[in-house]
Design a protein around this ligand. Structure first.
Ligand code: ATP
Length: 292
């Protein structure tokens, strides 16, 4: 009988992002505090009769050819276990595309873990992480989920228990703005790093304590300087989400999405109201723990 599997692929936010020097391999050395959230794509894997890997997605911004990260992930997995490809992958896209929320990476991670289940292959965590990092820098983190400090190019991960009860996360994405991650990194010029080393340890501590007042004065995303300069509407969204004084707002990844953390839903809804009339898509979500 042909098998079908349905999986959730969660988005991530960067609670903090410190971009260090550019390495000789072209990647930037970075430190980031990453957190998965409840906003997720749904991936359906289906065994099919004809040979090959076919990708389906109704969102016109998502490629359906081999450049889709789910195609890359399936190829990596099936090669690794010498399995003939007879696979259809459907992506139900809820995570905004090219928004700094790791949408493509998390779809790829879900395919890796899903195929292990579908073909009943026991994959150790280091093996999964190796396959994941060959696909993209964010893939190892989203393959595991929860809260992590990511270093190197994002693949060296230390996991922590996320704060409880879960913080509420508002995601606001300006309509008609997309940012290329590559463009943002290429236009970033690292400055003085000394203060950031100390701030980083404090950010993780304050976040885990759910201390939003401390966090407000500590968190930073180095790529904001690049994206906010080019897209002032992203700064405006950040200012509005911060204006009630209840939450902590920051751009995620290379943007343009802005996230804001709140202790409760009421405070989140109050901040969402400030966006009234702005051309933004808004998602009210919460932080999540390790993927099941
Ligand atoms: P990150 O936060 O990891 O930098 P992002 O969230 O900014 O990534 P994605 O949503 O992953 O960006 O999309 C970046 C580009 O990747 C898209 O413009 C699209 O062409 C391509 N892409 C490949 N596979 C996918 C996928 N499964 N879903 C969305 N985009 C994909």
């Amino acid at each position: 009988m042909k098998k079908t599997l349905i999986l959730q692929a969660p988005a991530k936010i960067n609670i903090a992002l410190w971009v260090k020097h550019k390495r000789t391999d072209g990647y930037h050395e970075l430190s980031s505090i990453m957190q998965t959230i409840s906003l997720a794509d749904t991936i359906t894997l289906k065994e099919i009769g004809e040979p090959g890997i076919r990708v389906f997605c109704e969102n016109p911004d998502v490629p359906l050819d081999a450049s889709n990260l789910v195609h890359r992930a399936a190829t990596v997995f099936l090669d690794r276990f010498s399995i003939e490809p007879h696979l259809a992958i459907n992506i139900e896209k809820k995570i905004p595309v090219a928004a700094g929320l790791a949408g493509g990476s998390t779809d790829a991670a879900a395919v890796l873990t899903g195929l292990a289940r579908m073909y009943d292959r026991s994959v150790t965590m280091p093996d999964l992480m190796n396959m994941a990092s060959s696909i993209g820098s964010d893939v190892p983190f989203v393959a595991h989920g929860g809260l992590a400090l990511a270093e190197g190019r994002g693949e060296k991960l230390s996991f922590y228990e996320p704060p409880r009860p879960p913080l509420i996360v508002v995601i606001a994405v300006p309509v008609g703005v997309s940012v290329s991650t590559r463009w943002a990194y290429e236009n970033y010029h690292p400055g003085n790093n000394e203060a950031k080393e100390k701030a980083f340890a404090e950010i993780l501590h304050a976040y885990r304590r759910r201390d939003l007042d401390a966090l407000r004065n500590l968190i930073f995303n180095d790529l904001e300087s690049v994206t906010l300069h080019r897209h002032p509407e992203v700064l405006r969204i950040k200012e509005l989400l911060s204006s009630t004084g209840k939450g902590v707002a920051m751009m995620s990844g290379s943007g343009p999405s802005v996230f804001a953390l709140f202790a409760d839903r009421k405070s989140a809804m109050l901040a969402v109201k400030t966006l009234h009339g702005m051309p933004v898509n808004v998602y009210i979500e919460h932080i999540t723990r390790k993927n099941s």
